[in-house]
Design a protein. Structure first.
Length: 113
């Protein structure tokens, strides 16, 4: 599965994100948004939700390390679920995503491993 230049930033991609896992990604850009939907398929062909590290790998493939993208939790009245086990990454085109000051998340120089 791949796209050609004529499709722009749109297409379906299989990305190896673990020893026995593939991320199925559908990429699109339209209406002022870049978007990736992500689902995981295991070696046993089971579909499941992606975890944090898998979403980070996908983000790193489609965007740069300093690009800010987001997962949204919209109001329940706006929920749409057309496919099970899919998470989405979003980035508005030409706009900076507002973020809280990093100190509200934690201490930046404190690296716990």
């Amino acid at each position: 599965m791949r796209s050609t230049e004529s499709e722009g930033n749109n297409g379906v991609f299989q990305i190896k994100v673990g020893e026995q896992t593939l991320a199925i990604c559908i990429a699109s850009d339209g209406a002022g948004w870049e978007h990736i939907s992500v689902s995981i398929i295991t070696r046993s062909r089971r579909r499941r939700l992606p975890n944090w590290s898998e979403m980070c790998k996908v983000k790193g493939i489609f965007w740069g390390p300093e690009d800010c993208v987001m997962q949204l939790h919209p109001p329940e009245s706006d929920y749409i679920n057309n496919a099970k086990n899919v998470l989405h990454l979003w980035r508005p085109v030409g706009e900076e995503i507002p973020r809280p000051p990093s100190i509200l998340v934690g201490i930046k120089d404190l690296n716990l491993k």
